[in-house]
Design a protein around this ligand. Structure first.
Ligand code: SF4
Length: 151
């Protein structure tokens, strides 16, 4: 099966600070012959540079720490993520937790104080609205060990 995955989890240096965010469980997925990971960074695809200012969702908007509204770039990247997911027939995405694009269930609250609140990143929201299952990297072990289709 094809699984869309946040590129930073695979070691690509695409995060806002120019770093990656490799996660041990991802390398286990990489070794499985039945799983094909499709890496994607919606913020880069949306036209934002790397490195870039940190951003957080604030209601429907996405705002940089400097107060710039980057909402349109975030949605542009989200739409491209959906397009790629459809192209590769992905029904599952593994996305980086807490990100304003990729966060799933918990994201920073827009105050830039490292405070988490309930909610999804923009890309996660769009993928879910279009029928994909989205999990964070912390759910890989549980998801791929308990789902009979993914064991
Ligand atoms: Fe990683 Fe997603 Fe942020 Fe890109 S947008 S750096 S893939 S968390």
């Amino acid at each position: 099966m094809n699984v869309l995955i946040s590129a930073c989890l695979l070691g690509l240096s695409c995060r806002y600070d120019g770093q990656s965010k490799q996660y041990p469980a991802v390398s286990q997925l990489q070794q499985r012959e039945d799983i094909h990971l499709i890496p994607f960074c919606p913020e880069q695809a949306g036209g934002l540079p790397t490195p870039r200012d940190p951003s957080e969702r604030k209601g429907e908007a996405v705002i940089t720490s400097g107060g710039r509204d980057v909402t349109e770039a975030y949605w542009r990247g989200a739409r491209q993520a959906l397009q790629l997911a459809r192209l590769f027939h992905c029904s599952l995405a593994v996305l980086k937790e807490k990100s304003p694009s990729c966060g799933c269930g918990r994201i920073y609250d827009g105050s830039f104080t490292r405070t988490l609140t309930d909610g999804d990143g923009v890309t996660t929201q769009l993928l879910k609205e279009n029928g994909l299952t989205v999990i964070g990297e912390g759910q890989i072990a549980a998801c791929f060990c308990t789902d009979p289709l993914l064991k």
